[in-house]
Design a protein around this ligand. Structure first.
Ligand code: CND
Ligand code: ZN
Length: 369
């Protein structure tokens, strides 16, 4: 197979609009898959790169929340074939490293190395422009008409699952619901607070509802996000622009919640989530903080046996979790339609990021359908 031409949104430098331009895409190598992208969600992690808060290889095709249709496979690919519908994983776990071996594929050494380099698993990207490499976010680079990904980054799904909604499973839904189910293992009847109710946080809210949590307290600074959080299962809301969220949560759930999730990525709100966690409870940091940021915690609180942990990709075991999420959606138990506030063509990508920055959307998607 020959190289193909694709149209993609390319990040060159922070604080500059992405450039929508033609790139060359190499044919899939051993263990790789060529995918026609159907849709790619616009996640705040990509905005962190654009805002210069988190470093990424450059130039790079952003986009890590995608689904599409397999068009061709490289040598040795066995699990998918042309025509298959797939959700793409930005942590294509190798299955052999120590983390994979102990059942923590979201921490896979090989996939995380590829992620930090912006390459495929062999250390090189498949996009190029006039002969120079163009890197790919999370071994995906989903803001492109087509991409090449590792076989391990393809999760086959039912063909009756709409591909635009399936794309959301690739990050926001997996990260949010997974933080509740896989990382925290929220118990039925327990109290949960969610600080930050955007595309990922709303999925923490619906994950808590799925887990049968008791009180689900949504915290945000935008009233329309709190309204959405109610639709997604929040039982209480706190507008942190009007009142102290820690005091408010501790009043609603006497002494604090069993589980508090931070889904913004700021030291202040991580501290708030910790402070609204009750004795013996668990604080889960989902938000990605700016490079170099530090959080300070009251050391005395450890005597109360509080735990604080991170959650990467919602503890995803993609081949198990994605089909489960698909079944929940098709059974009417997982909200995806309600997450898609807007659809943009690839040319509208910079408007989509601007809308995300302003807090206007739950999630928007770039649709190639
Ligand atoms: P999005 O911008 O949609 O949501 C953030 C929400 O936080 C918005 O609703 C804001 O109004 C709200 N907010 C902002 N400041 C405050 C505040 N001081 N108090 C309360 N609410 C506030 O972002 P997103 O949902 O796409 O992403 C959220 C974070 O999750 C972000 O840091 C992203 O990088 C991270 C993330 C993590 C992972 C992972 O694997 N852990 C995967 N994807 C995204
Ligand atoms: Zn994301």
């Amino acid at each position: 197979m020959e190289e193909v031409q694709v149209k993609a949104a390319v990040f060159y430098r922070p604080h500059e609009p992405l450039a929508v331009e033609e790139l060359e895409l190499e044919a899939p190598r051993q263990g790789e898959v060529l995918v026609r992208v159907a849709a790619c969600g616009v996640c705040h992690s990509d905005l962190h790169f654009i805002e210069g808060l988190v470093p990424i290889a450059s130039p790079s095709v952003l986009g890590h929340e995608a689904a599409g249709v397999v068009e061709a496979v490289g040598p040795g690919v066995e699990s998918v074939r042309p025509g298959d519908h797939v959700v793409l994983s930005f942590i294509p776990a190798c299955g052999r490293c120590p983390y994979c071996a102990v059942g923590r594929p979201n921490l896979c050494t090989v996939a995380n190395r590829a992620m930090s380099r912006g390459t495929m698993l062999d250390g090189t990207p498949r996009f190029s422009r006039q002969g120079s490499p163009v890197y790919q976010m999370g071994a995906i680079g989903g803001f492109a008409t087509r991409t090449v990904v590792p076989e391990a980054g393809c999760v086959k799904i039912r063909e009756d699952m709409p591909l635009d909604r399936a794309a959301l499973l690739g990050c926001g839904v997996m990260t949010g619901v997974g933080a509740v189910i896989n990382t925290a293992r929220v118990q039925a009847g327990s109290d949960v607070a969610v600080v930050g109710c955007g595309g990922v946080g709303l999925n923490v809210v619906q994950g808590a509802a799925l887990a049968g949590a008791g009180r689900i307290i949504a915290v945000d600074i935008l009233p329309h996000k709190l309204e959405l959080a109610r639709q997604f299962g929040a039982t209480h809301t706190v507008d942190a622009s009007r009142e102290d969220p820690v005091a408010a949560v501790r009043q609603i759930a006497a002494g604090g919640v069993d589980y508090a999730f931070e889904v913004i990525g700021r030291p202040e709100t991580i501290r708030q989530a910790f402070d609204m966690t009750r004795r013996g409870g668990l604080t889960v940091v989902v938000g990605v903080a700016p490079a170099g940021a530090e959080v300070s915690l009251p050391a005395g609180a450890f005597l109360t046996e509080k735990t604080i942990t991170g959650s990467a990709y919602g503890g995803a075991r993609m081949s198990v979790d994605v089909p489960r999420l698909v079944e929940l959606y098709l059974a009417g138990r997982l909200k995806l339609d309600e997450l898609i506030s807007r659809r943009y063509p690839l040319e509208g990508i910079n408007d989509a990021f601007e809308a995300l920055r302003r807090g206007e959307v739950a999630r928007s998607i770039v649709s190639f359908l």
